[in-house]
Structures are given as C-alpha cells and as structure tokens.
Design a protein around this ligand. Structure first.
Ligand SMILES: [Zn+2]
Length: 91
C-alpha cells in the first residue's frame, strides 16, 4: 500500500505503535526515555500541554489533536508504575 498521500495523522496511529499499551485499561505509556512509562493521551498516545481556554482558565490538551484530555494523560502526573500500584491496591 502506498503512503504517498499521508497527511497529518490526527489519530496518532504512529504514536500508538511506538508507545507501550496496556490493553486492559486502553492507556498508552511512553516507551522510550526521557520520561519512560509516563502516561500518554488516550486519544493519540501523545504528550499534553496546558492551553488557555479563552474564558476562565487553562485546559489540558493533547499536543497531537488538541482535544482536551484528563489530568494524568501526557502531563507527567501519571506513570505506568503508579497505575500498577493502584491496581494492586484495588484487587
Ligand atoms: Zn489526541
């Protein structure tokens, strides 16, 4: 299959392939340093950034598709080890 017409990949398929995926949670984690095992955005397996929402504050957005994401997705607040720790406590 030819990839001649590849445009902007808004679904992050390439990023998802490069990331560590935990199928049970649907979450993606960074597979390489720096910040290895840092949680990435659910939508694109990308990092996120805070952007002005134009009214009363800042929202966390996926750097790849610019949709808003939850705290912990790609902002460095959540790591894979933390996820597994939480799982262990909840069993
Ligand atoms: Zn995204």
């Amino acid at each position: 299959m030819s990839n001649d017409t590849v445009g902007v990949d808004r679904t992050g398929e390439r990023l998802k392939k490069e990331a560590n995926h935990v199928p049970s949670s649907g979450r993606f984690y960074k597979s390489n340093d720096p910040h290895k095992n840092m949680r990435l955005t659910d939508c694109c397996a990308a990092t996120s950034t805070h952007m002005d929402d134009g009214s009363d504050g800042w929202v966390l957005c996926c750097k790849h598709c610019y949709h808003t994401v939850d705290v912990g997705e790609g902002d460095g607040n959540e790591y894979l080890t933390k996820y597994w720790e939480e799982r262990a406590f909840n069993v």
